[in-house]
Write a protein that binds this ligand. Structure first.
Ligand code: FES
Length: 109
């Protein structure tokens, strides 16, 4: 049976990508091929990939409490490298990832 694949919407930019249920949301985002997606440790240690899940279901691995408090996690603020989709998701980029994902090149002066 094929691995289920879901749509992930980055609400900050309107970009959508497909993410398999056996793939982390960060790994799917990397496949967008966008420069500047700050891929750090990919293991929940560095905290650069923080996102807020606005809608949808996901499976989460243990979050590093230095980066994600229990309250954050309960509110859907998680590390993209520690979650895998189990439905379509809408995510908002937070923290240090935001300035890279949402970077808009300024026109030359
Ligand atoms: S890439 Fe380091 S916490 Fe996600």
């Amino acid at each position: 049976m094929a691995t289920p694949t879901f749509n992930v919407l980055i609400t900050d930019t309107g970009e959508r990508y497909r993410c398999r249920s056996d793939q982390t949301v960060l790994a799917g985002m990397e496949n967008l091929g966008r420069k500047g997606i700050p891929v750090g440790c990919r293991q929940g240690g560095c905290g650069v990939c923080k996102v807020a899940v606005l809608s949808g279901e996901y499976q989460a691995k243990v979050m590093n409490r230095d980066h994600i408090s229990k309250e954050d996690e309960a509110a859907g603020r998680v590390l993209a490298c520690r979650i895998r989709p189990s439905s379509d998701l809408e995510v908002q980029v937070l923290g240090s990832m935001k300035k890279n994902v949402c970077y808009v090149r300024k026109p030359a002066a």
